[in-house]
Write a protein that binds this ligand. Structure first.
Ligand code: PHE
Length: 492
């Protein structure tokens, strides 16, 4: 292990981790969840879950990676050979997520290119444009239809970009994030200034910030907030473990964890202002109320927002800017997911060449992503996203805290954190790790399962929800099998 790669500096690690955390989840997913779940009221569960388990789990993951100097599988194998399946679960989740994450980037690329047309093609009906032209959406998940070749081409470009960023592992990643992290933040600030100076902007913002308190009593809001915290902090997927494994053993994990988490959430909240100010403008130009204008789901970034942009002066310029922002935001999150898988492979088979592993992974992910370029792609994306972020990530998070709290030892991890950090954490940590976090995650998970039991997700046919469950259950079954079969793994 002596030749393990290193970040060139702590700043490179922080940038890469922030780059992973800040992504489409902040600008595409967070605003529509906030809207769907009660506007300002969503912020409360979001912040509570951030502090209660988001930050602790992030610190646990970075501490494990940094202390044990391995990717996810290696870390859990070191904790207990039978727990190695947990690491496998993380990289399986990474794989599933990055496959559909890249397609959202492909849409962004497509829109970015279209922004240069003489007339913005979504100007008249952004909805028809997205559904009928870009996606050629079929009438149901059962009708797959054809592949959309433009999307296939954009997806290929996205995967080539990701490959370029990671072909030299941590060395190239460390350089790329110097651009891909600050640039979209700068672009967001530009869009923010444009947004708040538009007429009607404050209506949109007050819509975003006005709470619907009844939402606080709905379990699904809390689950969505928890799912978003996992997604946005890149937790449960081995990403933070892998990135922290390239740190020196002495970095201040506590400070780093807090910096990463707070920066990420601030950017989410900030992105909400950008999105809703522009939506407020659109409402006032079209004489509608904000609630009528807003669409939930992926439509917010690809229907409502482009439409709003098309109404403002310099429409093409600001559209190009927005989709470029999405692309830059997405790319460092996407490659962190691929890195999490690659690190594990390269850790286990040291004689493999990093660039070849990266190339092969990108190709495999691209091929698997083709299903989302079909006419039923959006439905598949919706189903897969739902089951992975609301069920699989919660299960992994729960198993992770149990294994760390009880098998590895909450006190051992606390000692490590206190050893490398200036600020110290007290003995209450052990209780939080062993009891509080597992209890909360269990409640969330059980509630989720009850909801699933009561009604099929969004009324999809049984085979489609079955497909969603397969995506969750197959990795879980493999992990369970790994827990039962002794580890024949080589070195310790
Ligand atoms: N955190 C990223 C986002 O919010 C997505 C992501 C999830 C990246 C998991 C890496 C791992 O967009």
């Amino acid at each position: 292990m002596s030749h393990r790669d290193r970040w060139s500096s702590n700043a490179a690690f922080l940038l890469a981790a922030v780059g992973s955390a800040v992504g489409l989840g902040n600008v595409w997913r967070f605003p529509y969840l906030a809207y769907k779940h009660g506007g300002g009221a969503f912020l409360f569960p979001y912040l509570v879950t951030l502090f209660v388990f988001g930050i602790p789990l992030l610190i646990i993951e970075t501490s494990l990676g940094q202390k044990l100097q391995q990717g996810a599988v290696g870390v859990f194998r070191k904790i207990h050979p039978r727990a190695r399946g947990l690491g496998f679960l993380g990289i399986a989740a990474s794989f599933i997520i990055v496959v559909y994450y890249a397609i959202v980037m492909a849409w962004s690329l497509y829109y970015f290119l279209q922004s240069f047309s003489a007339e913005l093609p979504w100007q008249d009906s952004a909805k028809t444009y997205f559904y009928a032209e870009v996606l050629d959406l079929s009438e149901g998940i059962g009708v797959a239809g054809n592949m959309n070749w433009w999307l296939v081409a954009c997806l290929a470009v996205v995967w080539s970009l990701i490959f370029l960023c990671i072909h030299e592992g941590v060395n190239s990643v460390g350089k790329v994030v110097m651009v891909t992290v600050p640039l979209p933040i700068f672009l967001l600030v530009v869009l923010f200034i444009r947004g708040i100076t538009l007429e009607g902007a404050w209506n949109g913002i007050s819509f975003y910030l006005t709470p619907d308190y009844s939402a606080l009593f709905r379990a699904e809001v809390w689950i969505a907030a928890a799912g978003q915290i996992f997604f946005t902090l890149s937790l449960s997927m081995g990403v933070m473990i892998a990135y922290a494994s390239f740190n020196k053993k002495t970095e201040n994990v506590l400070r780093d964890g807090v910096i990463i988490a707070l920066t990420n959430s601030l950017i989410s909240i900030f992105a909400g202002f950008v999105v809703f100010s522009v939506i407020g403008y659109m409402a006032s130009t079209t004489g509608q109320s904000v609630a009528d204008v807003v669409a939930s789901g992926p439509g917010l970034a690809f229907i409502v927002f482009p439409k709003a942009l098309s109404l403002m002066p310099w429409a093409s310029f600001f559209s190009a800017l927005f989709f470029l922002t999405l692309l830059c935001l997405g790319v460092d999150s996407a490659f962190s997911l691929v890195e999490s898988i690659n690190v594990t492979i390269v850790d286990s088979y040291e004689n493999l060449r990093k660039d070849r592993v990266a190339g092969a992974m990108c190709l495999i992910c691209f091929l698997c992503g083709l299903i989302f370029t079909t006419d039923a792609g959006l439905y598949f994306l919706d189903v897969v996203d739902h089951y992975t972020s609301n069920v699989l990530l919660l299960v992994i998070g729960l198993l992770e805290v149990l294994v760390v709290g009880w098998v590895y030892g909450a006190d051992k991890i606390r000692d490590f954190i206190n050893h490398v950090s200036e600020q110290k954490i007290g003995a209450a940590w052990d209780l939080i790790c062993k009891v509080v976090l597992p209890a909360i995650l269990t409640v969330l998970l059980v509630t989720r399962l009850v909801e699933e039991w009561k009604a099929p997700y969004e009324g999809y046919p049984a085979w489609a929800t079955g497909f969603g469950w397969m995506v969750v259950l197959i990795p879980l079954a493999i992990a369970a099998w790994m827990a039962l079969v002794p580890d024949e793994g080589k070195k310790d």
